[in-house]
Each structure stands twice: as structure tokens, then as C-alpha cells.
Design a protein around this ligand. Structure first.
Ligand SMILES: [Zn+2]
Length: 89
């Protein structure tokens, strides 16, 4: 059953790449690689559901914008991260 082995290998590889990519997109590359490597499809799902550390949601138009953005590129509302009271999760 060599075909089966090859199939599962690529199946696993696809989810590993997906998990790595999602981890990179969320600014959590190491977690993406580890989850994809250890858990395969489940790891990819977990990193998909995990909190995005690289992007924030605009309080005005709910667009996904970069964490370090000062002004929302969509609606030009100030989303500056000047407040130090907000704790990072
Ligand atoms: Zn906005």
C-alpha cells in the first residue's frame, strides 16, 4: 500500500505548510510550525482559531489592520496603541 503512505505524507505536509503559513500570518510562526508538526491538521486548525497577535480590529469599521498602525487605512480613524493600560494576551 505505497500509495496510501504517499497520500498521507502529502496530506500531512499540506497541513504542516498551512499551519506554518497561518502562524506566520498571525505573528506566531514558532507556534504554527510546532502545532503543524506535532498535530498536523489539528494543529493547523488550532493555529487558525488562535488569537491574531499581528493584527487588530479597527474599533470604527472593524477592518483588520496591522497592530502597529496608527491610523486605520480604511476609515482614517486613529487606532494608536498609546494606552499602556491594555494588557497584551
Ligand atoms: Zn477603520
Amino acid at each position: 500500500m505505497e500509495f496510501g503512505i504517499v497520500f498521507w505524507f502529502f496530506f500531512y505536509l499540506v497541513f504542516f505548510c498551512l499551519s506554518t503559513y497561518l502562524g506566520y500570518q498571525k505573528g506566531n510562526l514558532i507556534a504554527g510550525i510546532l502545532l503543524g508538526y506535532v498535530l498536523g491538521p489539528i494543529g493547523a486548525l488550532l493555529i487558525y482559531l488562535s488569537k491574531d497577535r499581528k493584527h487588530i480590529t479597527c474599533p470604527s469599521c472593524h477592518a483588520e489592520i496591522h497592530k502597529r498602525s496608527y491610523i486605520c487605512p480604511k476609515c482614517r480613524v486613529k487606532v494608536g496603541v498609546s494606552t499602556k493600560t491594555a494588557h497584551e494576551g
